[in-house]
Design a protein. Sequence first.
Length: 241
Amino acid sequence: MEQAEIHTSKIGKRVYRYLYERRATRATTQELICRLSNSLPETVVFGGMIRDFSLGLARDFSSDIDLVSMADRATILSVIDQYHPQTNKFGGFRFAVGGQLFDIWSFQDTWAFKEGLVKGEQIEDICATTFFNMDAAYQPLKSKKIRSSRNYLDSVLSRTLDINLEPNPAPDKVAIRAIYMAIRRDVKISPRLQLFILKNAANTSWKSEFTGSFLKLMASHIEKFDSVPFSYRPQTNLFQA
């Protein structure tokens, strides 16, 4: 079995166990997943959860779980209405079950599809809609295997964060998100993403002690090594003559 097959199988099984295991602290979460998989069978886990599990961060996972369903918005609401969901700014729903936050939206309401940037016909097309390459993966609720874009595994195995689809409704926010991901998840920033961050990071980010030091180091790095990914670590080579 090739490395890619081994990886997708291993990560998929971890995601599946996390969703369905019967620990008391996750009992209500498991009930929700079973409800969704039965009532909205064409629903997938998408993006961040799979990324973190692929990067070996499953044990520390505490983020929202993103779900995309082929069902329409009204059908989704009818299934989750008992959890008192709130409408988010992209037309999906956010709600909490057992202390776990979920975001769910209809496939057809995906921003990149609605803007005509990506043609959305089947669930696989969702991988072309993410800003980050490391978010371009999904897993059907009843499956034990992740599915992803062509270059996804290379990106997570090399831990290099890059741009998958550049147009974005909030470029300043994804720039800051990239900084936080690089620091907290120990990933490298591709040359293309470095330029995007420097262009779109808000002025306040340069003044922040946390993000400002990152931006200054990255700006120095790209001046000397414009084709090399950037890691937020002591950059001793920047001080070489």
